[in-house]
Design a protein around this ligand. Structure first.
Ligand SMILES: NC(=O)C1=CN([C@@H]2O[C@H](COP(=O)(O)OP(=O)(O)OC[C@H]3O[C@@H](n4cnc5c(N)ncnc54)[C@H](OP(=O)(O)O)[C@@H]3O)[C@@H](O)[C@H]2O)C=CC1
Ligand SMILES: O=CC(=O)O
Length: 324
């Protein structure tokens, strides 16, 4: 039986399924305490499956027998796609199954920031609700406003669908390529990023983290946004310059931010973002519902079984590089 290294706990039923196909070595995450044992196990493995751990080339150099990797995520930034392709190793991922749940989470961020839900709920819990709410605590409307999406992919589209159909929002987007579906179905307008930043009430980033998108939104971009703009990041922390965002929030350059992802995760409690009323911070929970996380694991297990049997026709993230 082929040896497979599992580096994240998964539901029993999916573990059993993996074990019927492979000899599975399990790690409950990778950390400084188990790093050496992990690297030793890696030296024997032909398949790798898990999430939320660095799998860059310096780690994978320790896996000379590796034939396929399967990440339990749609984002692939913890791997080096080109390095894997050079070694002819496919990286499988889980696109699609988490679109709707992640869009729900992003919409929760939009609503919490616009209506100051966390800040005002904390006021009630802490006994600071002493009179009826006045202008100082008013939020801002969501319906009828303009939502600018940077990265109109699968999840961007699911967010735009909620905004257009549910909240009567005007949708504009910037993206590497134009999206006729979003334009036809949701009346979305394609524009360059600068125009989008200047004219959106809500700016939502949903690109993958790649060398091209790292640091995409920084000081200059926050300065272009409306003073009343609400910024949402559901992609990856490194797509934005977090210190520039903190500055923009502290100095009233923009109104508020809703964040599911951060430069360093878990976000240290000492981060200024944890103390700001105009920042809503979530612990990277875009896809974190029982149903969707199970669907992702099922997809990732299927992906690894298929890939180790030579079938990478579905869900291979570096197929374009393998074909070169
Ligand atoms: N917060 C969370 O829990 C979650 C976060 N994510 C993050 O969201 C990302 C997007 O997921 P998903 O929608 O499935 O991915 P998609 O690939 O479907 O969408 C990404 C979009 O970004 C566009 N894009 C890529 N590079 C650039 C660039 N340099 N400039 C402008 N646009 C660019 C792509 O353009 P084109 O169509 O032309 O390729 C594509 O439309 C994931 O990679 C992950 O990092 C995902 C799930 C949950
Ligand atoms: O961040 C989550 C993912 O699936 O990517």
């Amino acid at each position: 039986m082929k040896k497979v290294l599992l580096y994240k706990p998964i539901p029993e039923q999916e573990l059993k399924r993996l074990q019927t196909h492979f000899d599975v070595i399990q790690f409950d995450g990778v950390n400084t305490l188990n790093q050496e044992a992990f690297l030793t196990a890696l030296s024997e493995t032909e398949g790798l499956i898990g999430a939320s751990a660095d799998m860059s080339s310096s780690v994978l150099e320790r896996a000379p027998k590796l034939k396929a990797a399967s990440t339990i995520s749609v984002g692939t930034d913890q791997y080096d796609l080109a390095y894997l392709a050079n070694r002819n190793i496919p990286l499988m991922h889980t696109p699609g199954v988490l679109n709707e749940t992640t869009a729900d989470t992003i919409f929760t961020l939009i609503m919490c920031t616009a209506r100051r839900a966390v800040e005002l709920s904390n006021m009630v819990r802490e006994g600071r609700w002493t009179k009826s709410i006045g202008e100082n605590h008013f939020g801002t409307d969501i319906h009828g406003k303009t939502l600018g999406i940077i990265g109109m992919g699968r999840i961007g589209y699911a967010i735009a669908k909620r905004a257009h159909l549910g909240f009567d929002m005007k949708i504009q987007y910037s993206n590497r390529s134009q999206k006729p579906d979003a334009e036809q179905d949701l009346n979305a307008t394609y524009m360059d990023m600068e125009s989008l930043l200047k004219t959106s009430d809500f700016v939502c980033v949903m690109t993958p983290l790649t060398p091209e998108t790292e640091g995409l939104i920084g000081k200059a971009e926050f300065a272009m946004m409306k003073k009343s703009a609400i910024f949402i990041n559901g992609s990856r922390g490194k797509v934005i310059d977090e210190s520039a965002l903190i500055d923009a929030l502290e100095n009233g350059v923009i109104r508020a931010a809703g964040l599911d992802v951060f430069d360093v995760e878990p976000l240290p409690a000492s981060s200024p973002l944890c103390k700001m009323d105009n920042a809503v911070v979530f612990p990277h929970i875009g896809s974190a519902t029982s149903e969707t996380r199970l669907a992702m694991v099922t997809c990732a297990v299927d992906n690894l079984i298929n890939a180790l049997n030579g079938d990478i026709s579905e869900n291979c993230a570096n197929l374009h590089l393998l074909e070169k």
